[in-house]
Design a protein around this ligand. Structure first.
Ligand code: HEM
Length: 198
């Protein structure tokens, strides 16, 4: 597998960043949806701290991914993909990148406007975004964080469905290019035409 992307192949860096982001978003979403119901206490504080640190990591990884995409470019759509499908895929990918930046940024803004301290995996202090405690910005950022997450979840379902459609219905290499150990999907046997005697 090449390090850089090629016109017909994703390289190891893009593939690694893609699936690492996927795993982190899955974890962040699960924890984010459950953590608010935890009983108040030190465990809840630790879970929130981890959610924030992983969220900031997604922000950094997305910036890295965008820089790498500029440097290593991206493969073209597999041969035979209609132009309109390619356009929708590119728009969806662009929107997901924007959301992968805005969701952690809104969380960071919420944390800053709430006046909570922020340390990345307890290793170093992260500066505040904005002027510090502000209940209006806090409410806005909280709402934005939630709504943007639901928008990402919707796009993700469409994106994964499209990838699975390419693999299991169109039998092309779109998903195998991003998931190199995946085998080609089995093609359903075509029923033989009815014989003349029957
Ligand atoms: C948090 C979850 C996910 C996010 C945020 C995400 C985001 C993205 C983005 C932004 C791209 C475009 C890469 C580029 O052009 O630079 C991409 C490509 C791709 N993703 Fe995902 N993805 C996620 C999960 C998935 C899942 C679950 C699947 C499969 C079931 C999948 C399959 C693919 C494939 C096949 C491509 C390459 C498309 C092509 O070659 O044109 N992704 N993804």
């Amino acid at each position: 597998m090449p390090i850089r992307n090629k016109p017909d192949q994703w390289g190891v860096v893009s593939i690694g960043l893609h699936w690492l982001t996927f795993l982190m978003i899955l974890g962040l979403a699960t924890v984010g949806l459950l953590m608010t119901d935890l009983p108040t206490g030190s465990f809840k504080v630790q879970v929130y701290a981890l959610h924030k640190s992983f969220g900031l990591t997604v922000l950094a990884l997305t910036l890295l991914r965008l820089v790498w995409r500029l440097l290593a470019s991206a493969p073209e759509a597999v041969a035979g993909t209609p132009r309109w499908q390619d356009r929708i895929a590119k728009l969806t990918h662009g929107a997901m990148y924007v959301l992968l930046l805005l969701i952690p940024l809104s969380g960071w803004l919420f944390n800053s406007a709430a006046g909570f301290p922020l340390r990345w995996f307890n290793l170093f202090k992260v500066p505040k975004l904005g002027a510090g405690y502000d209940p209006d910005i806090k409410a806005f950022a909280h709402e934005a964080h939630e709504l943007l997450f639901y928008a990402l979840a919707l796009l993700l379902v469409a994106h994964a469905a499209a990838a699975l459609f390419h693999h299991y219905r169109l039998h092309d290499r779109t998903l195998m290019r991003m998931l190199p150990f995946l085998k080609p999907a089995a093609v359903a046997p075509v029923a033989p035409p009815p014989s003349e005697e029957s």
